[in-house]
Ligand binder design. Structure first.
Ligand SMILES: [Fe+2]
Ligand SMILES: [Fe+2]
Length: 254
């Protein structure tokens, strides 16, 4: 029994959850926290399950990758094969940075689901995290196609984002937590816009993925705003921007 299998077993024992870890018809897996009436400890185990899944399991997207349409339209030309070695290396580095952003998004939504006791917000965070799982799967697949690797520091990024998200949810309460989501998504959206101009012109596959991610992040920010987000102090926004700069610079290399 692997680590994930163990966590599933632990979750089943603890929560009495009948559906957890059972593969569904379309290759998706029910998460431990999908079961109603769970205690705080069950949610904590669910958060641990989220972390193990993000860091060690292959993510499954619920939507087809945006590059699937491109594959259909140009069956005779494999997009990746038309790229130079230099372009592939650049694209792989940029997509690794985007993948790190998605690792952090998983940590952020998982920690905030744990921190809030509002079932409506828990559902909203869960919905957003499912779309972030699509982003995680698409970026990971694209990195593999480009012959690159995901960041070696992903456990560190995850832990940092989780701690920050939990602190925001617990000590800032829901409006501050939602404000943190809005600011994070806005900064990610700006960052993705910059990547659209930096990706090699011929790498349509990566561009299609990043463009769809950008649309989704805008929607996540709008949803959090509608749910009652509070504007964050400028100093905190600046600090978040600086932390993101450190993360993107490091992740570009390792
Ligand atoms: Fe995302
Ligand atoms: Fe997002």
């Amino acid at each position: 029994m692997g680590t994930l299998g163990f966590m599933g077993w632990l979750g089943l024992r603890h929560a009495g959850a009948s559906m957890a870890w059972m593969p569904a018809a379309q290759g998706r897996v029910f998460k431990i926290r999908d079961n109603p009436g769970m205690s705080k400890t069950d949610h904590f185990i669910g958060a641990l399950d989220d972390a193990l899944r993000t860091l060690f399991a292959k993510p499954h997207a619920s939507r087809p990758s945006p590059q699937a349409r491109l594959r259909r339209e140009s069956e005779s030309v494999h997009i990746t094969d038309t790229l130079s070695a230099q372009d592939k290396a650049l694209s792989a580095s940029l997509m690794r940075v985007n993948h790190v952003g998605e690792v952090c998004a998983q940590a952020l939504y998982s920690s905030q689901r744990l921190a809030t006791s509002d079932p409506r917000l828990q559902r909203q965070f869960k919905h957003a995290s499912q779309e972030e799982t699509d982003h995680l799967a698409w970026t990971q697949e694209r990195i593999e196609e480009l012959g690159g690797h995901t960041s070696y520091l992903n456990p560190l990024w995850y832990a940092g984002a989780f701690a920050l998200g939990y602190a925001m949810g617990k000590f800032g309460k829901d409006p501050m937590s939602l404000g943190f989501v809005v600011e994070t998504e806005v900064q990610v959206e700006r960052h993705l816009a910059s990547h659209l101009s930096r990706l090699p012109a011929k790498d349509w596959a990566s561009q299609a993925i990043v463009a769809q991610m950008q649309k989704d992040e805008i929607q996540h920010a709008q949803d959090a705003q509608k749910a009652g987000a509070q504007e964050l102090p400028q100093a905190l926004k600046t600090l978040m921007g600086l932390s993101a700069k450190v993360m993107t610079t490091v992740a570009h290399r390792i």
